[in-house]
Design a protein around this ligand. Structure first.
Ligand code: KG4
Ligand code: ZN
Length: 347
């Protein structure tokens, strides 16, 4: 099944072509540079950029996959959650394409797509997992700039949200602390890179929600502790941090940020008999998080699944196409964006 997958949920214009689970092309046009001067995503700027870039990204996706419009068999598009003006571009263009090409159009839930990205396979079919019955029930961990969620997956299409952040998302916390350290926007990946050569025990930072009795996490306390620590270290901004202090700060933050999440992952794994752990979302690119989750899975003697490339972790069209292939929704001829779409509305 040759699928065209579209995601314009936030600030990446992404279009991919897949054949079943195999990714033939996955083009992402990032708008980071556009939003950088504002220090965050500006919805109306994102919308205009999606409109301007859509056709170019579509042409690239087709040519890189060596696929013509006539070869396409279905279209999949993210309907939510995301920024309404941004989602609207993808949904509108998908409707137009489906009507012109007379193809079925399937709406896709962005969070499910982040999870099912673990089943994306390389064009040769060599990398990427197969969704076998032995993997269920699975514990899904989705961590991005907008979400931090633990999900129970009983089957493809059968999901229960077990816990989530009560305030900031994990990626958002990485980005905010990165900005505090003067690493620019979005600085999460750079902060993680610096953390690799820092001392994670140099600074003491708090792990929140440990005793909350549920599977929710919180990152606002950690962020506030980081602001306070930064103020102390810089004497209220009167001195700059040294390179080593920045690395140690990054490492100390990363250790506690990940520990906060792992605490709840461990509890979930102890309470329920999961047969696998899946990790998706932009922060799934984090080496330390991957290593820790892999080790929890190993302790439990269950498989750990994460997308075979970092590109499949961030927002991308291939995860949308793969989700539509593995869990096909009813084809529609009318469609509205759903900026607040939630797991409970999808299962
Ligand atoms: O999934 P994504 O591309 O967009 C959203 O839907 O939010 O995730 C982007 C987020 C950003 O917050 C970015 O800083 C974070 O993922 N991120 C990382 C790493 N790479 C990207 N956070 C920690 N470690 C990384 N290596
Ligand atoms: Zn996302």
């Amino acid at each position: 099944m040759i699928t065209l997958g579209i995601d314009t949920s936030c600030d990446d214009t992404s279009i991919a072509i897949t054949d079943g689970q195999r990714v033939l092309s996955n083009v992402i046009s990032s708008q980071d540079a556009l939003h950088r001067e504002w220090g965050g995503v500006v919805p109306m700027l994102a919308q205009r950029a999606h409109q301007e870039r859509f056709d170019t990204v579509l042409d690239q996706a087709l040519s890189r996959a060596h696929v013509d419009r006539g070869d396409l068999q279905q279209i999949a598009v993210t309907v939510g959650p995301g920024l309404a003006p941004a989602l609207e571009v993808g949904v509108t263009r998908a409707l137009e394409l489906a009507s012109t090409l007379k193809l079925p159009l399937r709406p896709v839930f962005h969070m499910e797509a982040h999870l099912l990205a673990v089943f994306a396979q390389s064009a040769s079919g060599q990398s990427g997992a197969a969704p076998t019955a032995a993997l269920f029930p699975a514990l899904g961990v989705v961590v991005s700039g907008g979400h931090t969620e633990l999900i129970r997956v009983d089957q493809l299409g059968q999901y229960t949200l077990l816990g989530e952040t009560v305030d900031d998302a994990l990626g958002e916390a990485f980005d905010k602390v990165a900005r505090l350290l003067g690493l620019g926007y979005p600085g999460g990946a750079l902060l993680a890179q610096l953390a690799q050569t820092g001392d994670p025990r140099r600074y003491d930072l708090p792990v929140a929600m440990r005793q909350s009795g549920d599977l929710n996490v919180s990152y606002s306390g950690l962020k506030t502790a980081c602001v306070r620590l930064h103020r102390e270290l810089t004497h209220n901004g009167e001195r700059l941090l040294t390179q080593q202090e920045i690395r140690d700060f990054a490492a100390s933050f990363q250790r506690v940020a990940i520990k906060t999440l792992l605490y709840k992952v461990r509890r979930a794994v102890q309470d329920m008999s999961f047969q696998s752990i899946w990790l998706g979302g932009g922060v799934a690119a984090n080496t330390s998080l991957r290593r820790e989750l892999r080790s929890i899975a190993r302790e439990q003697d269950i498989p750990f699944l994460t997308p075979y490339s970092r590109k499949l972790c961030r927002d991308n069209g291939a995860m949308v196409a793969v989700a539509a292939h593995l869990h096909p929704t009813t084809a529609v001829t009318q469609l509205d964006r759903q900026p607040r779409l939630h797991w409970s509305q999808w299962s």
